[in-house]
Design a protein around this ligand. Structure first.
Ligand code: PRP
Length: 186
């Protein structure tokens, strides 16, 4: 995608994280996860929709015989603020009892989505549950939540790209930038 494209115009000029930095960090995370799960029964779960690009890139850097599944939980709607209410839109297809579940997220903000999912999946008898997130926004935290694998810690700004949206747009930008306030302030 060309940097002069319409989508890039809605982001601040200086990108927060370029595609090269994303790829480099994902390689390192994949290496670490490969070591940590060498003896595990790994199921990688993509939390739809924001994590799809991170998920697809990360699992291809994990050198283990893993399986994949998808879950969709939503707390934002079309707003830039979390509603605080987590709702399951699509559940996992397979049973996770006895499995080592790695939940793969694009961003941990308030922490509510992951806190909810972790509790829910623990009750289903997973052997272990860990979290890999591309972005961590600690200033947004409303509940205690710490990811096990973090790509980048980011400031308290509204970011889009590489799967992250505003009102379902901007997910297809291949890097991460800060959305210009004029976009959501009308
Ligand atoms: C976003 C993001 C995380 C969650 C993080 O999902 O993908 O799942 O919010 O926020 P939290 O830590 O405050 O819970 P969203 O509900 O917007 O759905 P999406 O992935 O389809 O964009």
């Amino acid at each position: 995608m060309d940097k002069t494209s319409m989508l890039y115009q809605d982001m601040e000029d200086e990108l927060l994280i370029t595609r090269d930095r994303i790829a480099e960090r994902i390689r390192a995370l994949g290496e670490q996860i490969t070591k940590d799960y060498a003896d595990g029964n790994l199921v990688c779960v993509s939390i739809l929709k924001g994590s799809v690009f991170f998920f697809a890139d990360l699992i291809r850097e994990i050198d283990l015989p893993l399986t994949i599944d998808f879950i969709q939980a939503s707390s934002y709607g079309d707003s830039t603020k979390s509603s605080g209410f987590v709702h399951i839109k699509k559940d996992l297809d397979r049973d996770i009892e006895g499995k080592d579940v790695l939940l793969i997220e694009d961003i941990v903000d308030s922490g509510r989505t992951l806190a909810y999912l972790k509790t829910m999946l623990k009750e289903r008898g997973a052997n272990s549950i860990r979290i890999a997130t591309l972005l961590d926004k600690p200033e947004g935290r409303q509940v205690e939540m710490e990811a096990d694998y973090v790509g980048f810690i980011i400031p308290n700004a509204f970011v889009v790209g590489y799967g992250l949206d505003y009102a379902e747009r901007y997910r297809n930008i291949p890097e991460i930038g800060i959305l210009r306030p004029r976009v959501y302030q009308g």
